[in-house]
Design a protein around this ligand. Structure first.
Ligand code: SF4
Length: 349
């Protein structure tokens, strides 16, 4: 996996006000990031990474690639000169081989072929689209200002330009029931992005959604439901070999300061993996009918997913009378996220 050096252009280029976004409220006049700040940030990161990279080279492992990412705004909606200035600041690092690529995030309705080729020439190799939903009614209810057709069009143009494609998906948007979630999963499987992020929606102070939440017009998903829905999405994406690079919001000082309600949990992805492991364990054990306990094997790194947060999976297995039906063994030869009953290897991913 690449090391990502994140550079933030918060709300820059965005002409919209999504119902869940509070950027306009908390940064009415954001100080735009400039070339010197970009150079300094990259240099700081590279200095911090140097010892790790040397260590991996000495241990004959390949050093991890380093990428610069422009996140937080709608990069391709910025004026062309501003885009070029931002990218220009990264060029010396690309030329020296200190950074191997650039990725950025943007809106689906801000993509055109000419811009894509300019980005490609400047070293951009991956564009993450803020897709959020594939249902036009759900998109409209959140004031996204783009349609699912825009997402499909942008995805195809990105691919046609020879760039990699990422989809950022939200979970628990206003008006989003299970049917819309299923539609989102199906559309994603159809388009096959190179990477996916899943963010459960939370209510932030200063957003329009905060008003709806206060007067009871909107209720966010509970943490339990968000985990269940996310596990549903992940199981389908895993089955189609679509890589998920993040589940859950990244902890940040902004989030801590502005979070009002919603399914935020710092290790959200772990909760999802634990939920999937419990389901798989139950399925395997329900098909095991011998008198003696069986042996279940997992990779050593999966112990916490097997046990669950605060031993929740173990408690549930006890309630179901299944905790005495197996002996757990750690097996370093197993790939992560697999569960093995005796000799038959079963992947649940
Ligand atoms: S597109 Fe992104 S930056 Fe713009 S309002 Fe929506 S969430 Fe905020």
């Amino acid at each position: 996996m690449a090391v990502i050096i994140p550079l933030f252009t918060p709300h820059e280029g965005c002409l919209h006000t999504c119902i869940f976004c509070n950027q306009r409220h908390i940064r009415p006049n954001p100080e735009p990031i400039g070339p010197q700040q970009i150079t300094d940030t990259i240099n700081t990161w590279l200095a911090r990474l140097r010892p790790q990279q040397q260590q991996t080279t000495q241990s004959t492992q390949a050093a991890r690639t380093v990428e610069v990412a422009f996140y937080g705004g709608s990069f391709t909606a910025l004026p062309r000169q501003r885009q070029e200035n931002l990218l220009h600041a990264v060029q010396p690092f690309l030329a020296q081989g200190l950074v191997q690529g650039i990725r950025l995030s943007t809106r689906p309705d801000s993509i055109d072929t000419d811009t894509l080729y300019m980005l490609k020439r400047a070293g951009v190799h991956l564009i993450e689209l803020g897709v959020q939903s594939c249902d036009d009614a759900v998109l409209a209810r959140s004031g996204r200002g783009h349609s699912h057709e825009d997402t499909l069009r942008a995805s195809r143009l990105i691919r046609k330009a020879g760039l990699q494609l990422g989809w950022q998906l939200m979970l628990g948007m206003p008006g989003e029931g299970f049917t819309a979630i299923r539609r989102k999963v199906a559309a994603c499987i159809q388009e096959r992005p190179d990477c996916i992020r899943i963010y459960p929606l939370v209510v932030l102070r200063g957003s329009r959604l905060a008003e709806e939440w206060r007067d009871g017009r909107f209720r966010p998903l509970s943490l339990k439901k968000a985990v269940l829905f996310c596990a549903y999405m992940k199981s389908h994406f895993d089955a189609h070999k679509l890589p998920i690079i993040r589940m859950g919001l990244q902890a940040s000082s902004d989030l801590k300061e502005y979070l009002l309600a919603g399914p935020y949990y710092p290790a959200f992805g772990e909760l999802v993996r634990a939920r999937m492991m419990l389901k798989r364990t139950r399925t395997l054990l329900s098909g095991y009918h011998q008198k003696e306990p069986c042996i279940l094997r997992i990779a050593p790194q999966d112990v916490s997913a097997f046990v669950g947060m605060k031993r929740s999976n173990m408690h549930r297995l006890e309630e179901l009378g299944l905790s005495t039906r197996f002996t757990l063994k750690l097996d370093a030869r197993l790939p992560r996220q697999s569960l093995r009953l005796d000799t038959s290897l079963q992947h649940f991913q």
